[in-house]
Design a protein around this ligand. Structure first.
Ligand SMILES: O=C1O[C@H]([C@@H](O)CO)C(O)=C1O
Length: 554
């Protein structure tokens, strides 16, 4: 009732842009960076004809947070749900957006997300439905980070021996806009950076949020950063968190909020401050030693002029390694009353140890000692058609060795690369414990936001050190929030539960782009016998491609 199919024709291309005022090659869609915002209603079908206008590489697009119920071939993951779309070719992504919320889309082949292939996807409630909160207007902020080194150079560095790390981003972007060579708050800073002067039509001019006094606004925030964990604050305004990853949460107040790559939130704020002034919106780096200036935008109270800068300095980002601050935010997130509850028990528990390793001199990330390298044939086809030589048939380990010390640099001499799959029983309940550990250097353990495709999971809890039997009792089975991205804190563990009820092949991986590139992920598959109508174009490569050619009688 009331739902419809929304048709789009998109062309992906490289183009010149100046996201942070410096000219650079960016990935664009229909000449736009970030790509066009998709706006739909719950229950609608999205049909996107995506044409690859890149001259020398393939492309796919992943619809982050959309579960792809019944359309696993539209998940947009190269080597997993489909073959990369070749230059000049068009692929039809056709899927249902079944649940209102704040989502986004991005490239999922090579490091194309880092190159700027992303945009927003916003799903409103269906006709006759209501959000469980009130607001007078809304804004959408898509957050990302930006490097001056080309993504091609970054990728070659990460794949080289010795490996070259990409370092910290030059600029943080809000809706694809940042300022590298100037600052709007230069007069508050003790560096020699010059004050920005914008007329407003520049590509790198900040987007101004124009508000009326005494109204409530919804701010949608999503992070598609390649690396940075972020913190967002609005000067002098409290925020009420109401949505996370397309699921309603029990509303709670904050002065600032952390947001990791792959996450999305909605917050409400009320314009109850002095309306003759404007206020900063600031976004800064968390979890890694920040070498990147804050991104700034302006909350402009009408009819005050937008060019009137706030009189006080921008909100300060909490100290990068104040993990208690981050944990206290994460621990405030609970499901809104009436949300689906998790099954009381699990049928299978998989413990995933995250380590940084060297394998034959290459720096990699490994999960239970296996660093993921994707096969040439998309799993969705090789599993469905039992092409057993397409990938490792041995299931990856369910756990790591009992005596592994997560507090010390890894001594995993037996780490390997691999592409095995966790085959999950259809409709079974699966618990995953993500176990963080020390990286290659002593006394270093980093934040990793893990993103699951094809499902929402219940976020059952976080803890310190190695997950133990005792920790099982601390899990929240009463009102855990549904999410699609879960962070692991340094030297900690994170527990989650999901039901393997969506036929398809679904990666679960660190959303930090270089970490995924270095193998930080696993692959789950379930109910493949129920997958039907995979479009031929999704499988016209690798062994599935060859099989089809044989069937044609050539
Ligand atoms: O994967 C990574 O590599 C570097 C560093 O560990 C080695 O240079 C870093 O900060 C990462 O997150």
């Amino acid at each position: 009732f009331g739902s419809k199919t929304r048709h789009f024709k998109w062309e992906v291309e490289y183009m010149f842009g100046a996201p942070d005022c410096m000219e650079h090659v960016v990935m664009g869609i229909n000449g736009q960076f970030p790509g066009p915002t998709i706006r739909a209603k719950a229950g609608d079908t999205i049909a996107i004809q995506l044409t690859n206008k890149l001259h020398t590489e393939g492309v796919v697009i992943h619809w982050h947070g959309i579960r792809q119920l019944g359309t696993p071939w539209a998940d947009g993951t190269a080597s997993i749900s489909q073959c990369a779309i070749n230059p000049g070719e068009t692929f039809l992504y056709r899927f249902k957006v079944d649940k209102a919320g704040t989502y986004f889309y991005h490239g999922h082949f090579g490091m194309q997300r880092s190159a700027g292939l992303y945009g927003s996807l916003i799903v409103d409630v269906g006709d006759g439905e209501k959000e469980p909160f009130h607001y007078d207007g809304e804004f959408n902020l898509l957050l990302s980070d930006w490097w001056h080194q080309s993504v091609h150079d970054q990728e070659v560095g990460l794949s080289s021996k010795p490996f070259r790390w990409i370092g910290e981003p030059q600029t943080l972007l809000i809706n694809g806009r940042g300022q590298y060579n100037c600052s709007m708050a230069a007069h508050f800073s003790n560096s020699s950076i010059k004050q920005c002067k914008f007329r407003g039509n520049e590509q790198c001019a900040p987007q101004i949020l124009r508000v009326l006094p005494n109204k409530t606004y919804r701010l949608r925030i999503a992070s598609t950063t390649a690396l940075a964990s972020l913190n967002l604050a609005i000067g002098s305004h409290k925020m009420v968190v109401v949505e996370a990853d397309g699921n309603y949460v029990q509303p709670f107040d904050v002065d600032d909020m952390d947001i990791y790559s792959g996450e999305s939130y909605s917050v409400l704020f009320t314009t109850n401050q002095d309306s003759s002034k404007n206020y900063w919106i600031s976004v800064g780096v968390r979890g890694r030693e920040p070498k990147t200036p804050q991104a700034l935008s302006i909350l402009n109270y009408r009819p005050t002029s937008a060019s009137k800068l706030p009189l006080s300095p921008p909100p300060i980002t909490p100290k990068w390694n104040d993990y208690n601050h981050s944990k206290s935010f994460s621990n405030k997130i609970f499901a809104l009353m009436g949300s689906p509850k998790p099954p009381k028990t699990y049928q299978r528990r998989i413990i995933l140890l995250n380590t940084q390793n060297t394998i034959n001199g290459f720096t990699k990330w490994a999960i239970n000692n296996i660093s993921l390298t994707l096969p040439a044939t998309p799993y969705i086809g090789s599993i469905k058609f039992s092409l057993k030589t397409a990938f490792d048939q041995k299931s990856p380990p369910e756990n790591f060795s009992e005596d592994y010390d997560v507090m010390k640099p890894p001594v995993n001499p037996n780490s390997t690369t691999g592409n095995g799959v966790y085959m999950l029983g259809f409709n079974t309940t699966v618990d995953v414990i993500l176990q963080n550990a020390n990286a290659l250097s002593a006394n270093v353990s980093e934040i990793h936001p893990w993103h699951l495709h094809g499902h929402d999971f219940w976020m059952l809890g976080y803890g310190e050190g190695k997950f133990s039997k005792m920790d099982k009792k601390k899990l929240n089975l009463k009102n855990p929030p549904l999410r699609n991205t879960a962070v692991i804190f340094p030297y900690g563990w994170t527990a989650l539960r999901f039901v393997a009820d969506n036929p398809g092949v679904w990666p679960f991986h660190c959303h930090i782009e270089p970490h995924l590139h270095m193998g930080m992920g696993v692959v789950f598959a379930e109910g493949i016998q129920h997958v039907r109508n995979i479009p031929n174009e999704a499988l016209a490569c690798g062994l599935t491609g060859k099989t089809f050619m044989k069937n044609e009688g050539n």
